[in-house]
Design a protein around this ligand. Structure first.
Ligand code: SF4
Ligand code: SF4
Length: 60
């Protein structure tokens, strides 16, 4: 079974790039400065993981 995306808040710079690439709209920028994951919607597809320029999101 696939996992879910997990955000590393130490690394995430809240650029919002991954929000736009998630096909399941599981990612959202809360107040424009904190990345949130909707675990119910995340399928663990890994697209955000490949996209993030700083490696702040991983499927675990
Ligand atoms: S692309 Fe990476 S740095 Fe940008 S909001 Fe997503 S997890 Fe954070
Ligand atoms: S693993 Fe896929 S479904 Fe989950 S947040 Fe990342 S892009 Fe969206």
């Amino acid at each position: 079974m696939k996992g879910k995306a997990a955000i590393n808040r130490e690394l995430c710079m809240a650029c919002g790039g991954c929000v736009g690439v998630c096909p399941f709209t599981a990612l959202e920028l809360e107040n424009g400065n904190k990345l949130d994951l909707d675990g119910e919607s995340c399928t663990g597809c890994g697209i955000c993981e490949r996209f993030c320029p700083v490696g702040a999101i991983k499927v675990v």
